[in-house]
Design a protein around this ligand. Sequence first.
Ligand SMILES: [Zn+2]
Length: 466
Amino acid sequence: MNPLIAVVGATGTGKSKLAVDLASRFNGEIINGDAMQMYRGLPIITNQIPNEERNGIPHHLISCVDLDTEAWRIGSFKKEALRLIQDIRLRGKLPILVGGTHYYTQAVLFKEQLVDKEKTEEGGEEGEEAEESSTTDLPSTSAKWPILDASPEIQLQKLREVDPVMAGRWHPKDTRKIRRSLEIYLQTGRPASEIYAEQKLLKKQAVMKDEGLLRFENTLILWVHAEKEVLNARLDARVDDMVKQGLMSEAQKMSDYLQDKESQGITIDQTRGVWVSIGFKELAPYFAAVRQPDANEKDLEDIKQSCIEFIRIATRQYGVSQIKWIRNKLWRALSEAGVMRRLYILDSSDVSEWEKCIAQPSENIVQSMLDNQPTPDPKSLSELASTVLEAREEQMRAKNTDEPMKCFTCDVCRKTMTGEEQWQIHLRGHGHKRALKAKAKRAERDAYLRGREEEEKARRGDLDVK
Ligand SMILES: [Zn+2]
C-alpha cells in the first residue's frame, strides 16, 4: 500500500520526538528533512536529536554532510529521500519523513507540477517564500522603466490603462502590488491578470493530468502545533539550553573554518547551506570582535549577549515562517489535490499531556491508515485543530470565490473600499450620508449663485441692448 508518514511543524514543537514514537510503535525508519541537520559535527547549532533519544531507530540523511561539501540542492534531496523511502519499504518498514525544511518535504510528498517546475528548481532555496516580493526591487527594472519610480497615483493610472482588471483589484494604497502588476506588464508585455488566469488554467489542467497530486496515495501529514506564546517561551528556553550545551564552541569551529579557508584565499559561499543556520550567522559580530587585538572581556561579553538575543529573535521568526509555510503552500497544495483530510493538527502546547494530545491520537490515525480503515476527521482531534482548520477553510472560501476582491472608490468621500461588502457598508454609513448632504447643499448653493449670476448678466444684457 506504500504508506508514508510526514511530520511537519515549527521548530521546537517536538517533531523529532513524535517521529521516534511512531517509528518505535510501527517498525519505522526516519528520514530527516531538515537541511541544516544534514551537517556533520554540529549537533547543537543544527538542533539534531541526540543519539540517546533516538530509541535505536535508524535516522537517515542526518549528520551526513561535511562543512567542505557544497550545500545540497532540493533536487538531490528529493532524489535521495525517494530512494530511501523505497528502500525502507522494501525492508518491510514504515518510512517517516520529518521535515524542518518544509519545501524539501513538499517536493517529496507531491508529484511535480509542470507549471511550478521552473520555480522549484531554480528558486528552491530558503528564500523561496519571498518569491513574489524578491523580484520587486531589482534595480534594473526601475532603471529601464522610470515609471516604476513614479508616484503611486501615476502608476495606478498607467495600470488602469494597460491592465484594468488588476488595477481594479488593488487598493490605491497597495502601492507595492500596483507596482508589481505594472512591472509584470512592462517585463512581459502582457497584463498580469491575463498571465494569472492562464496559470490558474494550467494548474487545473495539471491536476486533471495527475500532476501536483500526492506522490503516494497513503500519505499522512502530522502537523505538530503549539500556541504561539507557549512556543515562543519554549524556543527562548531552548536557545539558553543550546548555549549551555556548547553552541559557542560549535560556532567557533565554523568561524575558524571560514578563517582558515580565507587565509588560503578560498571564499566560501555563506549565503547557502549551514552558513545561514540560526545560531551561527547571528554570532558573526562576536567573532569579529574577538579577533580585534584590543578586545576587552567586558565588551566581548556584552556583544556576545546581544548576539544571543538575536539568536532568540531569529529562532522565533523561523518558527513563524515555518507555520506560514504550512498554512500557505502545503495547505494550498493539499487543497488543490483535494486531499485536505490527509493533514492532521496535533496540539503540543502542553508537553505534560504528550501521551494524550500527541502520541495517542497520532498512533490511532496511523493505525487506521495501515489497517485500511477510514481515518478520523482532522477537526475532531482537538479544539486547536478545529479552530485552526475552520479558520483556514473560511479563508480559503473567501479567496476561492472566483471574482477576486474588487475595489470601489467613493468620489464624494474620496475613499476606497475593498470588496462589495465594505462598499455597501460605506454607502449606508453616516460619514457617507453626511458627505452626500454636504455635496447636495453645495450643489444647491452653486446653482443658486449661478442663477443669480445669470440674472445679473441678463439684466446687464438688457441694459446693454437698451
Ligand atoms: Zn462616500
